[in-house]
Design a protein around this ligand. Sequence first.
Ligand SMILES: Cc1ncc(COP(=O)(O)O)c(C=O)c1O
Length: 395
Amino acid sequence: MSDLARDAQQYDADDPLAGRRALFVLDDGVYLDGNSLGALARSVPGRVEDVVRRQWGALKIRSWDESGWWTAPERIGDRIAPLVGAAAGQIVVGDSTSVNVFKALVGAVRLADDDRDEILVDATTFPTDGYIAGSAARLTGRTLRPVRPDEVPAALSGRTAAVLLNHVDYRTGRLYDLPSLTAAVHAAGAIAVWDLCHSAGALPVGLDEHGVDLAVGCTYKYLNGGPGSPAYLYVRGELQDRFDSPLPGWNSHAEPFGMREAYEPAAGALRGRVGTPDILSMLALEAALEVWDGVSVDEVRTKSLALTDFFLECVREYVPEGRVESLTPVRHEERGSQVALRCAPDAGDVMKRLIARGVVGDFRRPDVLRFGFTPLYVGFADVERAARVLAEELR
Ligand SMILES: Cc1ncc(COP(=O)(O)O)c(C=O)c1O
């Protein structure tokens, strides 16, 4: 056994989160793609069965009240809130991330002063945010200006209405400084919108503490909600009365069953709702969130950094020099919960071979191997094995 394999055993033995792994359905491979689709929590299949057979099958329409379907978007939003540093009453769950980016960004422009004619968007963003920001700009008559996140402070001006940023870059795993960027946006008098897809459930976000205005995120990555599980929208409490959703549906009406002709927005976070929620996915997510009971995001962050540090160490030790290059920052303050390795020219083939050997990460064009580290179910022996198999395939 190598020294690193021995270290891994010791780290696993000392890991306070090691017991959480039993809450998930895992095989004997190494799953390092939880930053794309989180693993299945054991609590989910039984809950979905109950929702389908009893709540829907037996109770039918009564379940909107009796099974708490109607209030699920706010209830599950409150369940996610502590994971992103938000007090209750500011998050609703529903729709996709893309749709929530639209609500948040158009809502942000409507919150800003009328004479501000520019929207800044992360030039390296996940594509959907960029596409939607382009449409939001056209719809609101603003100009869209793509800038790199570290260039945002210099790009801000009295013209800036809103800024849409990704907390963690989906390709490189780089973590951006949410507190200081949000402060810079506010100092310029603009509205800060954050996409938390790659940070929520992996590291502390501190939405309330840092005064973030609006935020969105998916629930199928580190929150393990399942394929296509609904996303969420955060609207800071003090902005809720002025938040003017571009998608005002009957579910966000002050009196949804009043069937009134005129729209009157509900108070609070549920102003971010649109139409009938996707109950099956949403209640699967609610069951999946039980794995967080008694877990602090700080301890998750500590383990996440230890996992990515250890993976980088194993890669340095095992993989032939020069065969891969890490795109993920070395500094902890700049690292999310994934490691991206440039592996030219054969990253796609290499990842196929890793997957065939039970080490599942993913490939991002043109030459990136991505490995996501989900502290609730990835252990240090997994990390050592993944790096060892990678090295064997690269030799
Ligand atoms: C940063 C980011 N934003 C948005 C999305 C996807 O949005 P949607 O949930 O609408 O597919 C992803 C998906 O991976 C993402 O990484």
